[in-house]
Design a protein around this ligand. Structure first.
Ligand code: SF4
Ligand code: SF4
Length: 395
């Protein structure tokens, strides 16, 4: 196993981290016997970073990890977990959730603590709750060791958040397709230049960059002199970048765990030759040629006076067609306004305000109609109503 150092704490982190969102399940619940064996097996082979969150596996992930790390395994790993913005309304809520997490994880100290899924909406909400004082207080008391955030907003939002606090680390969605999406390569380097460790999530876009490859990319991979699996290409492309500290993978199949550990045991930053980097550039170009809307996520069209998150609508629509990702429910949750204002495509009133601002000259209202037809459907509104009702009950 290869390791990289977190600049601010000096922690030596395995470049492969264990994601706690996709453990083996049985009957809808975590299969604790199987998942414990798999997690401990990975730790025995050098994985030392375990990432979870308050609501993963419906709240079972943290409790499971607390149990699985008994018998001396807790001391072998760094635990990361996250504070969910959608469940906090007061400062007291933040304390209550944090204490629940320590109890579930059976630990006094949480090594890496993150604000979960920041975007402009969640960030604003946390600022109103004075979350930065809350985090500083926890760190000063020794209850958390490293302070960070996970991120799903746009590039400007990422820079604003990075500049707002002395973060130890952050967690971004990053893979060879997302170089200009969300924080992107710009954000990766922006954080690393400031000594902030970067953990990577969705390295395979939920498996889509592996399981449902367009034909052109399969041919491209086969054409290379070194035979590699799609997962190996995708993971090594990320590790090739020195700015990345750790890549998280939600692993639940023995073969995948062993393969990922093998890849993480041989890859160094800067290892790829020009030909390999070129091949990945070509793979990205194939994906981009298949996309539905040539939106670059630049945000020049924003804000929409009717609240449509134009780039996010196009991003999720493209994901569905590029890599056959099942993004419909995700679209509903992301843009449905569960935790604020809705921002889905059918809110467009065709006012035309955005049109002059798009450098790609996209006919935004027309494309949004196509997005709404494809991504929303008659079930979205009842789904959102039920979701809001559930959230009210949880609070
Ligand atoms: S045309 Fe539609 S998306 Fe564009 S600004 Fe007007 S309402 Fe918003
Ligand atoms: S201006 Fe055009 S390219 Fe930029 S985010 Fe808006 S739709 Fe996408």
């Amino acid at each position: 196993m290869k390791y990289r150092v977190v600049e601010k704490s000096g922690d030596k982190i395995s470049i492969l981290g264990y994601g706690g969102m996709r453990f083996s399940t049985k009957g809808g619940l975590i299969d604790e016997a199987k998942a414990t064996t798999q997690l401990r097996n990975a730790i025995d082979q050098g994985v030392n970073y375990v990432d979870t969150a308050y609501f993963y596996h419906g709240g079972q992930s943290e409790t499971f990890i607390g149990k699985a790390l008994q018998d001396g395994y807790r001391e072998k790993v760094y635990i990361a977990t996250k504070l969910p913005p959608w469940l906090v309304q007061t400062e007291a809520d933040m304390h209550k959730i944090f204490e629940t997490q320590r109890k579930r994880l059976q630990t006094d100290v949480i090594d890496y603590y993150l604000l979960h899924a920041l975007n402009s909406e969640n960030w604003e909400k946390f600022l109103k709750l004075d979350v930065l004082s809350f985090l500083a207080e926890l760190k000063a008391s020794g209850k958390i060791r490293n302070v960070g955030f996970s991120f799903h907003g746009d590039r400007d939002n990422f820079v604003e958040i990075i500049d707002a606090y002395d973060w130890d680390f952050c967690q971004i969605q990053y893979n060879f397709l997302d170089v200009n999406n969300q924080a992107g390569t710009y954000g990766l380097k922006y954080a690393a230049d400031r000594g902030i460790a970067v953990m990577v999530m969705e390295p395979l876009r939920g498996g889509s960059l592996v399981s449902k490859l367009p034909d052109g990319i399969q041919k491209l991979y086969k054409s290379h002199e070194v035979s590699r699996t799609p997962a190996e290409w995708a993971l090594k492309w990320i590790w090739n970048q020195a700015e990345v500290t750790c890549v998280l993978s939600g692993m639940n199949e023995d073969a995948h765990i062993q393969a990922n550990i093998a890849y993480a045991s041989e890859m160094e930053a800067g290892h790829f030759a020009d030909a390999e980097n070129n091949l990945m550039d070509q793979a990205r170009a194939i994906y981009l040629s298949l996309q539905k809307v040539p939106c670059t996520g630049c945000q020049y069209c924003m804000p929409c006076p009717f609240g449509v998150d134009i780039p996010r609508c196009f991003d999720l629509y493209n994901s569905k067609h590029l890599i056959q990702q099942k993004t419909r429910t995700f679209y509903w949750m992301q843009l449905g306004g569960m935790n604020g204002k809705p921002s889905y495509a059918s809110l467009c009133q065709n006012c035309g305000k955005c049109l002059d601002h798009c450098p790609q000259q996209i006919d935004i209202p027309t494309e949004l109609k196509a997005v709404a037809k494809d991504m929303e459907g008659v079930l979205m509104k009842p789904f959102l109503k039920a979701g809001r009702f559930f959230l009210r009950l949880k609070r």
